[in-house]
Design a binder for this molecule. Structure first.
Ligand SMILES: [Zn+2]
Length: 288
C-alpha cells in the first residue's frame, strides 16, 4: 500500500538564525553592531598600537614577555619603558629655517628636550641650525643623506645614504650620530643589518601625529597626538611650520597629564634593566 506523502505538511527548517526571527533579537543585533562601531572609532582614535598588532597573538605574547621595547638582535627601539610616565618627542626631516627656531624656542620655554632626526643635505645647507639644535641640549639622529627609501637601494647606495649624513654631521660638530630613523619608516632585515653595521640603534615610533598630512589643522595634530599617548610613547613629529604651531599645545597637554618629556637617549637609559644593558652594550661596542 502506498504511504501518504507527509513531507508537504511537515514544517521546513528555517534558514534564518533563531535570534533574527524575533523583533527583540533583530533590535539586539543592531544595537550590538552600533556599539561595536562606536568602540572601533573610539579605539582607532585612542589606540597606541596598530590594528595588525591589536589582533596579533604573537605581538601580545612578546609584549607579555617584555620583548616589545628594544630588540637587541636588530638594535631596534620600538617603545620606551611602559612602567615610567615619560615620552619622547622626535622631529624628522629638518633642519628647516622656517620652523626649527620656533620649535627650539618652544622646547626651551617648557624646559624640555627633543630628538631631531635630520637629513644630511639639510644639515649641509644649514650647519648653523645643527649647532643651534645641539646648543639647546637637544640631540640629533641620522635620517639619511637625501631621504631616499632604504629598502629600494643597492648596498652601496644604502651605505652612502646612511654614512654621508654622518660625515656631514661630523664635519659640523666633530661628533658621530648613534640613532637612526629610516625615511618613511621603511626598513627590512637588510636595512637593519646595514644600520647595525654602522653602529646605529634604529628608532621606531608609537604615536604618529600625522602632522605631514596635507590640509590638517593644528587642533587635529594636537588631539591626535594626545589621544594616542601612553607611558613610553615615541611621538613622531616633523620639523615643519604646522608642527611648530601645534607644539606648545602638545607639550602643555603632555605635562598636564603628568608625562615627563625626555630624549631618545634618555629613554634608552630608562629601559628595564635587561634591555638597557643590551642597548648600552651595543652603543659602547660601536661608539667607544
Ligand atoms: Zn622623513
Amino acid at each position: 500500500m502506498r504511504q501518504p506523502d507527509l513531507s508537504a505538511a511537515r514544517p521546513r527548517p528555517s534558514k534564518i538564525p533563531p535570534i533574527l526571527s524575533t523583533t527583540t533579537g533583530r533590535i539586539s543585533i543592531v544595537v550590538l553592531l552600533v556599539l561595536l562601531g562606536y568602540w572601533a572609532v573610539w579605539y582607532n582614535n585612542h589606540r597606541t598600537i596598530g590594528w595588525g598588532q591589536t589582533f596579533n597573538p604573537i605581538y601580545w605574547y612578546r609584549r607579555y614577555k617584555g620583548e616589545d621595547l628594544y630588540i637587541p638582535s636588530q638594535a631596534l627601539l620600538l617603545h620606551g619603558n611602559r612602567a615610567l610616565h615619560e615620552v619622547s618627542l622626535t622631529f624628522d626631516d629638518g633642519p628647516h629655517r622656517e620652523s626649527l627656531p620656533s620649535i627650539l624656542s618652544t622646547l626651551q620655554a617648557f624646559h624640555v628636550h627633543g630628538t631631531f632626526f635630520d637629513v644630511g643635505e639639510n644639515m649641509a645647507a644649514s650647519p648653523d641650525l645643527v649647532k643651534l639644535t645641539l646648543a639647546d641640549g637637544n640631540e640629533i639622529g641620522d635620517h639619511s643623506s637625501t631621504h631616499l627609501r632604504l629598502p629600494k637601494l643597492s648596498a652601496l647606495e644604502r651605505h652612502h645614504e646612511i654614512n654621508d649624513a654622518d660625515i656631514t654631521f661630523c664635519r659640523i660638530t666633530g661628533k658621530h650620530m648613534h640613532l637612526f630613523r629610516p625615511p618613511g619608516m621603511e626598513y627590512n632585515n637588510r636595512v637593519l643589518k646595514s644600520l647595525m653595521n654602522h653602529g646605529y640603534i634604529t628608532v621606531s615610533y608609537t604615536d604618529a601625529s600625522r602632522d605631514y598630512a596635507p590640509g590638517i589643522t593644528t587642533s587635529f595634530v594636537v588631539d591626535r597626538t594626545l589621544d594616542r599617548v601612553e607611558n613610553g610613547s615615541i611621538i613622531l613629529l616633523h620639523d615643519y611650520p604646522d608642527t611648530a604651531r601645534a607644539l606648545p599645545a602638545i607639550i602643555e597637554g603632555l605635562q598636564k597629564r603628568g608625562y615627563k618629556i625626555v630624549t631618545i637617549s634618555h629613554m634608552i637609559r630608562d629601559l628595564p634593566p635587561e634591555q638597557r644593558k643590551q642597548a648600552e652594550a651595543f652603543l659602547a661596542l660601536n661608539h667607544e
